[in-house]
Write a protein that binds this ligand. Structure first.
Ligand code: GLU
Length: 468
């Protein structure tokens, strides 16, 4: 397929600003963006804010924040549908003029009654075309009723498309009724806004969630009525939570920014989302550049993709190891500041980062580990009882004396520990573990000599002297 893609490729991401950018939306945005990149095309961002009641500025900001965090930059937009109302009216007028749309004056009560009657007759509830011009001939529109505009769906035949993910889909026109395209206040409904925009914006591939698959035949019919080009469609399967259930607020971290908050790196999230329902052989770890080179719509699985937090953690761990210390330090600096931890008087954060970044899976875990360098730790009483014993105490005392004068670097520090081990006839863990407990409150840390070096003489002595 990729070889025969028509140029220029133009894709779009068209979120409704009724909530944050969730994982599913971020994946749709990533796939649309990557498809445009792969084909040297353009990626358009469009905010579908016609649901005025539910759309908020906070949601717009949250969506833009999420896209910016992931570096999914758009070539055009953001376009706002509420700023394009005259254009929808213009296209609606064309449909009216060509007899593809008509005003419908049926009241809500009347429509409810109609559907109820259909249900009692065991028929599928649908609009019965009562205001189609041929059915309404001679009838005067009721006073004071503001009509809605309906699209006159073809009565016969099928509407079909070759979905780039799901394959051929065919729907009988008699399954579709005359949908409302303009509300009585002149605001377009979702299906109408989408087709006018996809047409005006020259969209060649519509990549979106498969919750829209039922809308596609309606959209194709309207485009056909306008003799507008029909884009290709790719409907992405839904994402299930770790528990195999539909991803929802119940799963907690469904906003991409929550992953940022939780200490995931954007390259891990992008890599993870890239593999969510798409594959390139057995490749699991790839950069965003590599992803853009490989990405196609042929290798998207039509079945639901399942979220796997463990795998995301694993990828994050991988990218943390590769990440530049300075960058991680800048991030951890902010995380510590938010906890009220000041770096003053403590070791250089970058050095501390390099000591610990191989041992953690998230930036929050890194911040947790590094906090001990900057705030006084209170080792748990059980740990003290277990490790600060008659056996270890003399060794720790000797060390605190040696640490006054030893050259403060790894080799000399290691030699000092070995000297004390020899004098006290203790083994390495018998000295190093109590030392770790007193210095960090933990029994496991990076190599003790490296830890001492980074922590610095002053802080090490202060902590030791509280106990020995
Ligand atoms: N605004 C729609 C949504 O957020 C998406 C529309 C589309 O991609 O066609 O679900």
């Amino acid at each position: 397929m990729s070889a025969s893609v028509r140029a220029p490729v133009r894709t779009r991401f068209a979120p409704s600003p009724t909530g944050f950018l969730h994982i599913g939306g971020a994946r749709t945005a990533l796939f649309s963006w990557a498809y445009a990149k792969r084909h040297g095309g353009q990626f358009v961002l469009r905010i579908e804010d016609t649901d005025v009641e539910r759309s908020t500025q906070a949601a717009i900001d949250a969506i833009l924040d999420g896209m910016r965090w992931l570096d999914l930059s758009w070539d055009e937009g953001p376009f706002f549908q509420m700023e394009r109302l005259p254009r929808y009216q213009e296209v609606a007028d064309r449909l009216i003029a060509s007899n593809h749309a008509y005003w419908c004056y049926a009241s809500r009560e009347e429509l409810d009654e109609m559907r109820e009657a259909q249900r009692t007759r065991n028929e599928k509830p649908r609009y019965d075309g009562r205001w189609r011009p041929e059915n309404a001939a001679g009838r005067t529109p009721p006073e004071g009723v503001k009509p809605v505009l309906r699209f006159r769906n073809p009565d016969d035949g099928v509407v079909a498309w070759d979905d780039l993910v799901k394959g051929r889909i065919e729907i009988e026109n008699k399954e579709l009724d005359d949908l409302v395209i303009l509300r009585s206040d002149g605001v377009p409904t979702y299906n109408f806004g989408v087709i006018v925009d996809d047409w005006d914006m020259g969209i060649t591939q519509v990549i979106r969630g498969d919750d829209h698959v039922n809308n596609t035949p309606r959209q194709i019919n309207i485009l056909n009525a306008l003799s507008a080009p029909v884009p290709q469609y790719a409907h992405l399967s839904m994402i299930l939570g770790d528990d195999g259930q539909k991803l929802s607020k119940r799963h907690g971290a469904v906003s991409v920014m929550q992953y940022h908050e939780d200490g995931y790196l954007k390259e891990a999230v992008l890599n993870y989302l890239g593999r969510l329902g798409w594959s390139h052989g057995d490749e699991e770890v790839f950069s965003i550049e590599q992803f853009c080179e490989w990405f196609d719509l042929d290798h998207i699985t039509p079945s639901a993709a399942q979220f796997n937090t463990e795998k995301l953690r694993w990828l994050n761990q991988h990218y943390l190891k590769l990440a530049d210390d300075l960058r991680l330090a800048a991030d951890v600096d902010q995380r510590l500041a938010r906890r009220g931890v000041s770096l003053e008087g403590g070791p250089d954060l970058e050095r501390a980062v390099s000591l610990y970044k191989d041992r953690v899976a998230t930036l929050n875990e890194l911040a947790d580990a590094l906090e001990v360098f900057y705030v006084d730790v209170e080792p748990a009483r059980e740990l003290l009882e277990q490790h600060l014993t008659d056996l270890s105490r003399p060794a720790l005392e000797r060390l605190s004396v040696l640490f006054e004068t030893v050259a403060w670097e790894k080799t000399a520090l290691s030699a000092a520990i070995k000297e004390v081990m020899a004098q006290t006839k203790l083994k390495m863990p018998q000295v190093a573990i109590p030392l770790r407990v007193l210095l960090t409150g933990q029994t496991q840390t990076p190599g003790i000599d490296a830890l001492l070096e980074v922590m610095g003489r002053k802080r090490v002595l202060a902590r030791l002297k509280r106990f020995v």
